[in-house]
Design a protein around this ligand. Sequence first.
Ligand code: DMJ
Length: 471
Amino acid sequence: MSLTRRELLGDALAVAVASQAIELPAAASAATRPKTNPYALQARQVRDVYRESWSAYKRHAFGADHVLPLSGGSASLLLPGKSVGLTVVEAIDTLYLMGLDRQVSVARQWLVDHFEPAIAGDVSVFETTIRLVGGLLAAHHVTRDPVLLAKAAELGDRLLPAFERSPTGMPFQRVNPATGAVSGTGLSVGEANHLVEFAELSRLTGRAKYFAAAKRAAGAIVSRRSELGLLPTSINVVSGAVAQPDSTIDPPMDSFIEALWDGWRATGDPDLRAWFGVLQRAMLRHLFVQRGTGQWWFRHAHFATGAETSSVASELGSYYAGLLAESGERTAARRYLASWTKLVDRHPLLPLLVDTVSGAVLDPRNELRPEYVDACLNCWLATGDERYRRLAARYWRRELTHCRVPGRGMTIALDATSRPVKLGDLTPGYWFSESPKYYWLMFSGTDRFDYRRHLLTTEGKLLRGARRPRR
Ligand code: DMJ
């Protein structure tokens, strides 16, 4: 099919924009390879446990989305009862960074032979982008196999109807990749996080349409901020009306602001940087508060009035400390991470939900979420301050003590506050993509990672910055 001049120019423009990545000063890069690595033991442990969990997945659930390590069963994520091989996609770049090359080659071959972009069923557009498109792009980045890029692009094409059929440009929540049918109008703002993956798809394929769709969606959301500069949690993608007026950094809004920052880093697009600045300033001004306990937390507030609506905090919001550090807000980053660290002082592992006024635990589960470790990594990379690696090492010791089952790898906790911790039966796909990768990068000083120039997505996918091993 021939392209019109406009399409050609559009492509050229987008590719030019998408290649101007922003290099951030990585203060930690100089400190990663001291003569004697003080974290060599932890690095070895992380790799051993990762290999153990991968083996459990291979043995019991290969090709499924998740392994249930205690019962030896498997589970699906995107579609009920139907797996797409999520853990293979989630794991491959971490396997590479850890030097587990035999396993990388098994995972690559599985993806080439079995991963099918025309998924038959209604999937979450957001989860499919961050886990599968991002994962295939990371798989391509570490293996250089063009088949994996072709699968990522095909999947991207199959997600596009969610954007193109929306009158506002904000994506429908679900799409059937096999048929293009769309559904779900009550978009949570965090579900509009597609900028980095789609920018990378545009850069690598030379097709502007992916980044253009993601940017249009992000712009449509940002334009709905209030005079205070706060966004509502949920917007109707057909009418554009506010569906839920609460503003928060917790789910389901959590990763939208991160997408703007990472999208700017991936492309150099000044609009994304400007939008990020406006939203972050408002969040620091209207949501970031010091509680009676002396701790700093982000509250929930009505996006238009700024009145507090809830004092609950989700463990998933803790990642934001890292983003604060990356974007130069070091004091806020330190204060916010310190509040989460106080909870680590009190409980064996972080619980999922707490009340920031009373300190009460509202949901005691710990699903091996990566956000606290993600924050430690990004605070360390941005500042070079060793305290962040110490915090990560302490948390790793806790996870190893409480969540590892010998021979079966890591599993979630149903109650992270009880002693002993009460375990559940699941190694989530994101665990294979995130926490062990972040620990590994902090503890190993691996020469397979460029500590200065890299691009990690919200799901921990390495889209840029893999290095070839020295022979
Ligand atoms: C991950 O899938 C991603 O980090 C996402 O952005 C939100 N958090 C989950 C795991 O906690």
